[in-house]
Design a binder for this molecule. Structure first.
Ligand code: DX5
Ligand code: ZN
Length: 221
């Protein structure tokens, strides 16, 4: 299975965003994770299309946009125009999930659904065939640097089973508290795409940390 490492720009130094993104590319990051927060779905505000556009301009990697916003459909056109490759919306903020996913695809973008820790997997059963990405939150969304929620591992295992049963080749992404201490457990549970903010940008050698995290995902348990 492919391993993808997705540094989260939320933890980067915004005074040098361009070189932080270039560092991710140089370190072999697969996806660049951009966390959009609206101060409503989650308490904090972060950034929007300007940062997506910056990521697109500075990186040749997949620009992976995580929308922690209510009424996410209001941003689809703008974010695709800015260069997003993946738009992932929260099921808790998407009452018309089928329509919203179809719209993302219509815009030529990959479509993802994110689930909060307390949200059961069952909510995506009917739309699993529409998913390019299933994002399991391993913290409550809204802030970087939080502690990994242990029961996420079991949920990842069940998510892997659900995707396999459906014959889906969607990426199974995990976000929140991913570090050297937690990544291998998530990999063995069946995740293949790992968002890491603080673990990378606060490391002594951020560029090398991308490879170090990847190396912990080995085929053998
Ligand atoms: C949290 C965001 C995450 C965050 C991860 O709401 O969705 O992407 O940046 O940060 P770490 O890896 O520091 O937990
Ligand atoms: Zn995120």
């Amino acid at each position: 299975m492919t391993v993808r490492i997705a540094p989260s720009l939320l933890a980067s130094d915004f005074t040098k965003l361009g070189s932080e993104i270039a560092m991710c590319d140089a370190g072999g990051a697969d996806w660049i994770h951009v966390d959009v927060m609206d101060g409503r779905f989650v308490p904090a505000l972060s950034f929007g299309s300007k940062v997506i556009e910056a990521a697109r301009r500075c990186s040749s990697r997949v620009v992976d946009v995580h929308l922690m916003v209510v009424e996410p459909e209001r941003y689809f056109d703008d974010f695709v125009k800015a260069g997003a490759d993946v738009l992932t919306i929260h099921v808790e903020a998407a009452p018309h999930l089928d329509r919203q996913l179809m719209r993302i695809k219509e815009l030529g973008c990959k479509a993802g659904v994110a689930l909060n820790p307390a949200t059961p997997l069952a909510v995506i059963e009917e739309v699993v065939h529409l998913l390019d990405v299933l994002l399991i939150m391993s913290v409550n969304p809204g802030f970087g640097g939080q502690q990994f929620i242990e029961y996420s591992v079991d949920k990842i295992e069940r998510a892997r089973f659900l995707l396999d049963q459906a014959g889906s080749d969607a990426a199974l992404e995990v976000d929140g508290g991913i570090s050297r201490d937690t990544i291998a457990r998530c990999w063995h549970a069946g995740a293949d795409t790992f968002v890491a903010g603080n673990a990378i940008f606060s490391a002594a050698q951020p560029q090398a940390e991308i490879g170090a995290l990847r190396a912990l995902c080995t085929e053998v348990a």
